[in-house]
Design a protein around this ligand. Structure first.
Ligand code: NIG
Ligand code: FE
Length: 411
């Protein structure tokens, strides 16, 4: 049965044909239809237009009653699968410890690794699904999920299997990333080289054999993994046809952006420390730069220079970085607001960065990120809004009224 959504106050993110990554000034534009309808057949969008020429026939009809329709958010960087939480470290941070101080004393990622190794695959799935359900209700329709709290072959496989199970149980677009190189585990303390060898020789081949990862990631930063480690891991993954998405230049400028772009990574993420030099690499490559303002906000760190990036002609994405240490939220509307408030993006730029550009940062733009005929019917409908800018402006008002994923109403 076809579903016809009528009386949409404004449909935003309307696009015809292919939807390339938006760069520079193009980020400040989006297709809008006032007083619109959208037609859904099966899991796909099959048409849209103005209520002046609404299709006639027998449809299941949803009356939007003036509410606005948006394509679901595309959250291209999360660590949503984890065990427990880390509010103890939150208190440590309030008392003045930095993210790096906490990591150095064995907290941070290693703290989550300890918790993750102890719980069953089933329990990990149940805990993670609570968060997945939460982000669905907040408007996310496509999500990338990383491993990286296992840090041993067995526990990384456990995480990746949980990600696969999530992908099978929810109507989201899900991309899976192997982040074995997130931290050096306690049993390899002082032997980072031994751990990188384990990743290359044992973990990557097994993960590829079980087809558990779309991408490989490395936390390429001061105190974690070097540019050389990163290059080795990217090259090894490429032997199995696995592309890269890299954490880089968050805590210090260590060359991660350059290596990620040079090696053709799909995305390079964080970028809080980058300068015009890195922007010139980004401008010349295909790698999607992805800023994570939730992590800057929560960790009281600088924000990535997204305003300068856009003015330079680059096309950044924004993602939540949902994780227990530096960004315990996957609320993409809040990410949009942070883009506007802290990074001086216009509301339209922040909207494009969290939708179509996010889709590109996980190679899903043929399925998600805009309201386009042939793409998945992944949408949310809000209350009637005075303008698009109201969405990031009223940053905490619960404006989302209905979620549609793969053509099905969720809430
Ligand atoms: O993206 N930067 C590295 N990884 C995560 C933090 C993970 C954690 O602290 O648990 C991030 O911010
Ligand atoms: Fe991250």
């Amino acid at each position: 049965m076809s579903v016809l959504i009528v009386n949409i106050g404004c449909a935003v993110g309307i696009a015809e044909g292919t939807t390339p990554l938006l760069r520079g000034a193009a980020m400040n534009e989006t297709g809008q239809i006032q007083n619109a309808w959208i037609l859904i057949e099966g899991d796909r969008i099959s048409g849209f237009g103005s209520m002046d020429n609404v299709p006639q026939g027998s449809f299941d009809t949803i009356d939007a009653k003036g509410g606005w329709a948006f394509p679901s958010f595309c959250d291209s960087h999360t660590h949503i699968v984890y065990a427990g939480s880390r509010e103890q470290e939150f208190e440590d941070k309030i008392r003045g410890l930095s993210y790096e101080d906490i990591a150095k004393r064995g907290g941070g990622i290693l703290n989550s690794a300890e918790g993750l190794r102890k719980i069953s695959e089933n329990e990990l799935y149940e805990q993670s699904m609570i968060r997945v359900d939460e982000v669905i209700r907040k408007g996310t329709g496509a999500i990338e999920i990383k491993s990286g709290y296992g840090l041993s072959l067995e526990s990384e496989l456990k995480m990746l299997r949980v990600i696969r199970r999530i992908a099978e149980s929810v109507p989201l677009v899900v991309k899976s990333t192997f982040l074995g190189a997130h931290a050096v585990p306690a049993e390899f303390r002082g032997d980072k080289e031994g751990y990188v060898r384990l990743i290359c020789r044992e973990m990557l081949p097994e993960i590829a054999r079980e087809n558990l990862a779309d991408y490989v990631d490395v936390f390429c930063d001061r105190g974690f993994f070097s540019v050389d480690d990163t290059a080795r891991i990217i090259d090894r993954a490429a032997e199995f046809g696995i592309k890269a998405k890299i954490h880089a230049d968050e805590l210090a400028l260590t060359g991660g952006t350059e290596i990620a772009v040079g090696k053709g990574a799909v995305s390079v993420d964080h970028l809080e420390q980058i300068t015009e030099n890195e922007m010139s690499f980004l401008a010349g490559g295909t790698t999607v730069p992805t800023a994570l303002p939730g992590a800057s906000f929560f960790s009281n760190l600088p924000f990535a220079p997204v305003r300068q990036m856009i003015d330079y002609g680059i096309g950044p994405a924004l993602a939540s970085d949902y994780n227990p240490g530096s960004s315990p939220s996957g609320d993409m509307r809040f990410i949009m607001s942070l883009g506007c408030i802290k990074m001086r993006m216009s509301p339209v730029e922040a909207f494009n960065a969290t939708t179509v550009n996010g889709a590109h940062a996980m190679e899903s733009a043929h399925l998600a990120g805009t309201i386009t005929v042939g793409k998945l019917a992944n949408l949310f409908i809000t209350e009637p809004l005075p303008s698009l800018a109201f969405l990031p402006y009223a940053y905490i008002t619960p404006l989302i009224r209905r979620i549609i994923l793969k053509g099905q109403s969720i809430a």
